[in-house]
Design a protein around this ligand. Structure first.
Ligand SMILES: Nc1ncnc2c1ncn2[C@@H]1O[C@H](COP(=O)(O)OP(=O)(O)OP(=O)(O)O)[C@@H](O)[C@H]1O
Ligand SMILES: [Mg+2]
Length: 582
């Protein structure tokens, strides 16, 4: 029944239009039922077997009934389209908000292409099948009920024969259609996988081409594509069995009525007008019956897709965000016995990490690849919560902070800079939505990016390509830094901010970072010896443990593993020397 609940949650966005649609359906059904009844009345009158009435009056009544039918149909179609568009808009909005409310572990479990597929293809398929159902099904159900009642009023025996026959036919159609929802669900699943894989090969097209792996990728895509074909062929087989059933039933039913009804006229049980009315009702019944196959298709499709969408909406993975605490002060930071492991992973990434940092301090975080530096920074931003221990900012557990306020007070430059497919200017303004052009220009000047921008004739209006692919790594890093100048954060997290910068840019950026760091507590992850010197203290991580904590020069002297880190990294000659001479 979860499908019905989901359908209701979808439709209830426009209950007003739904009510109008049902009213139109009822009007249409009533008008349709009236026509055969009028025919019976006039035939019996003409044959002198009932009350006689003027033929012109009869025509007028029939035309009036048809006019009602037409008007109700027009309003119904309009309402159906309007309602479905509004409901789909609301559904998409719900899905978008849901996806963006999830924490990072949700995204680790779902592939981008697959989520996109649910939001586009699944939603569209659901919309189309529900629209089709609502347009015809309510009026046809009413027609079937009404015709059944009227036929029983005319002659119970004949009605029973017809109803039993029709019910058997409808039952058979449903039976044949049983495999459809699971086939459709599988087809949507495979097609989402195909979309996800395709999206991945596009995002990694440079790698694919560099390794000359187009053939390999195509073979993998074709595997999914073929899977989709198989499921859809199976669906086609089921439909081929179901579809001709409708026509068959209509003709067979007619034969049955004429044979049985003819016998009843001979026996004097019914009038000729009654048989004509029966035949007309049969015709009316044949239409919904001919649609049963399409209804089964729509119901099964909307069920399959609706369940997929509902699963997505039920899949929540959010950080608890009930905290209300906020503060404008430059925060102190404390890690207290923090332990962390990624969901589904088998080993801890951070073990029992403890340290504290005063407000305004600048801390360099170093360690070998995979030591857990970026993870530590993510935890500081509260992208993940610790499994044990706690993180305090300004003396308050991060989980008690208002999440929005906390993230807004942090300025972060991630290890992998992501740029949106728009201009350099808009990518900088992302640091503060709604920033004015002057503010952006000021940030550009303050960050030293103006020196780099000079090589672009279009300056801030330069387009960066998808994910910033049309810029060099150093240019992307400079833009990410300029973003921070718009924000003036109270906590600064820089994950390898200078890893891609050349000598000139490095000097510029380091000079620019100083004033930014003055008004903030700062963490700088780096493998660069000069960048370490921006900080007055170093935290050295080894395999997720805090191996050393102190100032750079004294660590070089007293921690062999720390100095080994810089030796291996082939630092500029003067630094190890200064470490050794002291
Ligand atoms: N999303 C994830 N799921 C599971 N494991 C992860 C995830 N991200 C990182 N890891 C693992 O956590 C460990 C620490 O990764 P992290 O990115 O924090 O290292 P790092 O110190 O920043 O390294 P680098 O100097 O290479 O940037 C690594 O062993 C990595 O494989
Ligand atoms: Mg890292």
């Amino acid at each position: 029944m979860s499908w019905v609940r989901f359908l209701w949650s979808y439709l209830s966005y426009r209950k007003d239009l739904l009510a109008l649609l049902l009213a139109c359906s009822a009007a249409m059904a009533a008008a349709e039922l009236a026509v055969p009844w009028l025919m019976k009345e006039v035939i019996d009158a003409v044959l002198g077997e009932g009350p006689s009435a003027g033929m012109n009056m009869w025509l007028l009544t029939a035309v009036a009934v048809l006019a009602v039918l037409y008007a109700a149909h027009v309003v119904l179609l309009r309402t159906d389209a309007l309602m479905i568009l509004h409901c789909s808009y609301a559904l998409r909005r719900r899905l978008l908000a849901h996806v963006h409310a999830q924490s990072l572990s949700f995204f680790a479990r779902h592939r981008t292409g697959e989520l996109t597929h649910r939001l586009t293809s699944d939603t569209k398929l659901f919309e189309t099948s529900v629209a089709r159902l609502l347009r015809d099904l309510p009026s046809e159900i009413l027609v079937v009920i009404g015709v059944t009642a009227l036929m029983f009023m005319l002659h119970a025996g004949l009605a029973l024969v017809i109803i039993l026959f029709m019910a058997a036919a409808a039952g058979l159609t449903f039976y044949l259609g049983q495999p459809l929802p699971s086939l459709r669900k599988s087809a949507q699943r495979v097609s989402a996988r195909l979309a996800a894989r395709f999206q991945e090969t596009l995002a990694g097209v440079r790698t694919v081409q560099a390794f000359r792996n187009e053939g390999h990728e195509l073979a993998r895509l074709d595997e999914e594509n073929r899977g989709l074909l198989d499921f859809e062929l199976k669906e086609g087989k089921v439909y081929a069995l179901m579809e001709p059933l409708g026509d068959m039933v209509e003709l067979l039913g007619l034969v049955l009525v004429v044979w049985y009804g003819g016998g009843l006229i001979i026996a004097g049980e019914i009038t000729a007008g009654t048989l004509v009315a029966f035949i007309a009702y049969m015709e009316i019944l044949a239409r919904p019956l001919g649609h049963v196959e399409a209804y089964v298709r729509s119901i099964q499709t909307s069920r399959a897709v609706g369940e997929r969408l509902e699963d997505l909406l039920a899949d929540r993975e959010q950080l608890p965000a009930k905290g209300r605490w906020t503060s404008d002060a430059v925060p102190s930071i404390a890690f207290e016995n923090v332990r962390f492991r990624y969901p589904g992973a088998e080993r801890d990434i951070l073990h029992d990490v403890s340290f504290s940092v005063d407000p305004g301090e600048a801390v360099a975080v170093t360690g070998r690849n995979g030591a857990g530096k970026s993870t530590l920074m993510d935890m500081l931003l509260r992208l993940h919560d610790p499994l044990a221990g706690r993180i305090l900012a300004a003396g308050t557990d991060l989980t008690h902070w208002e999440l929005d306020a906390w993230r807004r007070s942090v300025g972060v430059m991630p290890q992998e800079v992501f740029l949106f497919q728009t201009t350099i200017g808009e990518n900088i303004a992302y640091g503060k939505p709604g920033a004015s052009a002057e503010e952006v220009e000021e940030a550009v000047r303050a960050s030293g990016l103006d020196r780099i921008l000079r090589r672009f004739p279009e300056g801030l209006q330069t387009l960066v390509g998808e994910r910033g692919a049309q810029l060099s790594g150093g240019e992307r890093q400079s833009i990410a830094l300029a973003r921070l100048f718009l924000r003036r954060p109270r906590l600064l997290i820089l994950d390898e901010p200078t890893s891609q910068l050349d000598g000139e840019a490095l000097q510029l950026v380091r000079a620019a970072l100083k004033p930014l760091m003055e008004g903030a507590t700062s963490f700088i992850v780096t493998h660069n010896i000069d960048t370490v010197e921006l900080a007055n203290r170093v935290i050295f991580l080894e395999n997720g443990r805090l191996a050393a904590d102190g100032d750079h020069r004294s660590l070089l002297r007293r921690e062999p593993r720390y100095s080994a880190l810089w030796k291996d990294a082939a630092p500029p000659p003067e630094v190890p020397m200064s470490g050794q001479t002291r």
